[in-house]
Design a protein around this ligand. Structure first.
Ligand code: AMP
Ligand code: MG
Length: 315
């Protein structure tokens, strides 16, 4: 059920149920991060493999030290600059975090989300919330309460309605290896923004066999319909015998079943609409979706990462 009642959502969480939690990135599937049983329900509800660890959410930096051992200097700088916000930091964990949360890793991924409802929920609880994106594993992340309700509604206590997610794609995940920052997943805070604070950082290339960060599997964030990326006029020609849906960046190809991500060519708007657009196209009476990449800069990197993975062969 979808609710705007914060106290109802809190009651669900306190009795060990899962809640669809609005954040500025995407909706999370939240539960008590200190309770192994609850965390286990999160994996089950999403059908998520246990090797894919969860992000733990809290509302204040001080609280992080309840479950994090230490923050390297660069992590402190990023936290000061971007929290509350769309960046997740991977930090050494304390034993209070169940192994299941971190897939047995000695680090835990942590974020303070920038959404007033999420922050009020987190402030009222005496435990942090483990919350992966609230979608069945491998499918497109949810950016509206209804998306969560449609796919996971019967498995959870409630979905707290916080409107449309403002950023629309997941957080950027940053880890620290030998005090060097490494971007595990591109997301809502751009490489350019991060480098302006801590200097040059490395972005980890994808690996499909050893997923270290979310969606590292080649096929992820993926609609159910076949999804092809390339030069749209070429793809239109190639697949002209089939019922096609088009997902374009800014250009109108004059196609009947087409969604334009941002007519102004604005990457933030494109990010915000991306997962909604994939879901819309998935529900249309079409056989396949064709799409194109956006400019590879700023938020465009995170958008292209999602597009490429939506288009990757299913494993
Ligand atoms: P999701 O919330 O579904 O976007 O997924 C969160 C992602 O954070 C997961 O896919 C993880 O791979 C990544 N993550 C969580 N914990 C760690 C960790 N300790 N080290 C590296 N990546 C992590
Ligand atoms: Mg996810």
């Amino acid at each position: 059920m979808i609710t705007q009642d914060l106290f109802y959502a809190l009651a669900c969480l306190r009795r060990g149920e899962l809640v669809g939690l609005p954040t500025e990135t995407v909706y999370g599937l939240a539960g008590n991060a200190f309770d192994r049983q609850v965390v286990s329900q999160i994996f089950e509800a999403k059908n998520r493999p246990h090797f894919d660890p969860l992000i733990v959410h809290t509302d204040r930096l001080e609280k992080i030290f309840d479950f994090v051992e230490y923050m390297p200097p660069k992590a402190q700088l990023l936290a000061q600059k971007f929290w509350a916000g769309a960046i997740t930091l991977v930090l050494p964990r304390k034993p209070i975090i169940p192994d299941l949360v971190t897939s047995g890793l000695e680090t835990v991924a942590v974020r303070i989300p920038n959404h007033s409802l999420a922050l009020r929920v987190l402030a009222a609880l005496d435990f942090p919330l483990a919350a992966p994106s609230a979608n069945p594993f491998g499918y497109v992340s949810p950016t509206q309460a209804q998306h969560v309700e449609d796919q996971l509604g019967i498995k959870i206590g409630c979905v707290l309605d916080g409107g449309n997610c403002e950023i629309g794609i997941e957080s950027t995940i940053v880890g620290f290896e030998n005090e060097q920052a490494l971007i595990y997943r591109q997301g809502g805070i751009t490489v350019e923004q991060i480098e302006a604070v801590i200097g040059k950082v490395q972005a980890q290339p994808h690996s499909s066999s050893q997923p270290k960060a979310a969606g590292m599997l080649a096929s992820h964030y993926s609609p159910k319909k076949p999804f092809f990326i390339g030069h749209i006029p070429f793809l239109l020609e190639k697949y002209h015998k089939q019922k096609i849906g088009v997902l374009s960046f800014e250009k109108n190809y004059g196609f009947e079943r087409q969604i334009i991500l941002s007519e102004k060519g604005n990457l933030a708007e494109a990010a915000q609409r991306l997962f909604w657009a994939m879901r819309e196209l998935d529900s249309m009476d079409i056989e396949l979706i064709i799409s194109e990449l956006v400019p590879e800069m700023g938020l465009g990197r995170a958008i292209n990462d999602r597009l490429r993975r939506a288009g990757a062969e299913k494993e």
